[in-house]
Design a protein. Structure first.
Length: 133
């Protein structure tokens, strides 16, 4: 996954970050001086670690991963939101400079034919979960 910021006037690349992520991009949210990047993932590898979804190692067994970048494009936090259930977020809504809503679905298995249960997570400006159902 490539995260890139371009200058609005010159359209020149300001910074670029490559993430070794198996999964899918969901949304980007600007929070004060930070940039929050939300993804659904099965695995993520950095220079010193590999993090796997707790829902299993099947291609659709996703959990949520939040990456926080500063204005210079430096990755400052890696926050996996791990669960033994398959979690798939579909919408990110910024409430204020202190709160972000994540909306999606959770189900017991990626092979399950069930629709999945509604998922709601409320995060603070540090990426910590305040509330989940």
């Amino acid at each position: 996954l490539f995260i890139v910021q371009y200058d609005a006037i010159t359209k020149a690349e300001v910074w670029l970050n490559k993430l070794a992520l198996k999964g899918s991009f969901v949304d980007i949210v600007k929070m004060d001086q930070d940039i929050f990047v939300f993804t659904n993932f099965t695995s993520y590898t950095s220079s010193d670690k590999t993090i796997m979804s707790n829902a299993g190692n099947i291609i659709n067994a996703t959990n949520v991963f939040l990456f926080i970048f500063n204005d210079s494009g430096k990755l400052t936090k890696e926050i996996p939101l791990l669960n033994t259930k398959v979690i798939n977020i579909i919408k990110v809504i910024k409430n204020s400079s202190n709160a972000i809503n994540l909306i999606g679905f959770k189900k017991s298995s990626p092979e399950s034919d069930e629709q999945g249960d509604f998922l709601y997570l409320l995060l603070n400006s540090n990426g910590e979960v305040y509330f989940n159902n």
